[in-house]
Ligand binder design. Structure first.
Ligand code: 6AU
Length: 275
């Protein structure tokens, strides 16, 4: 059977990449396919939101470069919360440069992403050298990479043959590329009849998820967990503003309520899919 109808536990048991296996195991253990995207700009708000949503998530997604008062101790606190609540960390860096440059951006600078982020992502636009550049840093550490095969935004150029080439690139580097940021399952996409793709198991992490809104004023488009997980076969829902809100100031009780609501919706959609 394809990964579409297998349980997360069945997939975890045979996944060769340590970060993909850990994510699948965490999803099963916590009965959560929810990743919360914590796109806030103050370190204390960042930690407060993560502490509250932590029990309901398999994964926390960060954009560390938007935090105004970033310091190394923030990463230590993030790691302590990861241990306390049992979730993995995904820095949404969207690398997009030549191999040598992305290897430096991944390992070095202020943020040293590879030292703490289990999973990161990259645009396939430079070609396979972006994967080998990042793998030179991340593979020895047991990290995993997601390629952006599609985007959630209106007018995205990541469609058609671009998406197919992204999947082929992943297939050629499946020791480090664990899946895609995409809007649907990629089983067999871009495969020639001669290629055997039956054993591949790419994880599909999907942003652009909302229960109360269909988009924002800057091109974002939202679909429901049912559309994303049951109908399109995706594995993890990524939710930001649907959970932590849009206004100024964070209502921590509301954040907890929304995290529980999205966890339940994402899990129900998965149970519907596997039947
Ligand atoms: O739920 P939102 O709209 O508040 O946040 C969605 C999050 C943001 C985006 O940077 C990210 O998901 N994202 C991505 C990722 C994860 O790579 C790709 C994409 O196509 N759309 C998208 O929104 O942090």
């Amino acid at each position: 059977s394809s990964s579409q109808t297998q349980t997360y536990a069945q997939r975890a048991a045979k996944h060769p990449n340590p970060s993909a296996k850990a994510l699948l195991d965490t999803i099963e253990r916590k009965k959560s396919n929810l990743c919360v995207s914590v796109d806030v700009t103050k370190g204390d708000e960042f930690l407060n939101v993560i502490d509250v949503v932590g029990p309901y998530v398999c994964l926390i997604k960060t954009h560390v470069d938007i935090i105004e008062d970033f310091e190394t101790s923030l990463i230590e606190k993030l790691q302590a919360l990861s241990a306390k609540h049992d979730f993995l960390i995904f820095e949404d860096r969207k690398f997009a440069d030549i191999g040598n440059t992305v290897a430096l951006q991944y390992s070095s600078g202020v943020h040293k992403i590879a030292t703490w982020s289990h999973i990161t992502n990259a645009h396939p636009v430079p070609g396979p050298s972006i994967v080998t550049g990042l793998a030179s840093v991340g593979k020895p550490l047991g990290r995993g990479l997601l390629l952006l095969a599609e985007m959630s935004t209106k007018g995205s150029l990541a469609t058609g043959t671009y998406t197919e080439e992204a999947v082929r690139m992943a297939r050629a580097h499946s020791d480090f590329v664990i899946g895609f940021i995409a809007q649907r399952r990629m089983d067999g996409v871009g495969a020639s009849a001669a290629q055997s793709v039956v054993d591949e198991d790419f994880l599909i992490l999907t942003p652009g998820v909302g229960l109360d809104s269909r988009g924002d004023s800057m091109g974002q488009q939202y679909r429901t967990p049912k559309e994303v997980v049951t109908e399109s076969g995706c594995d993890v829902i990524i939710v930001g503003r649907g959970i932590y809100g849009k206004g100024n100031g964070i209502d921590i009780q509301a954040v907890q309520t929304q995290a529980e609501r999205y966890r339940a919706a994402g899990w129900a959609a998965y149970l519907d899919r596997i039947g």
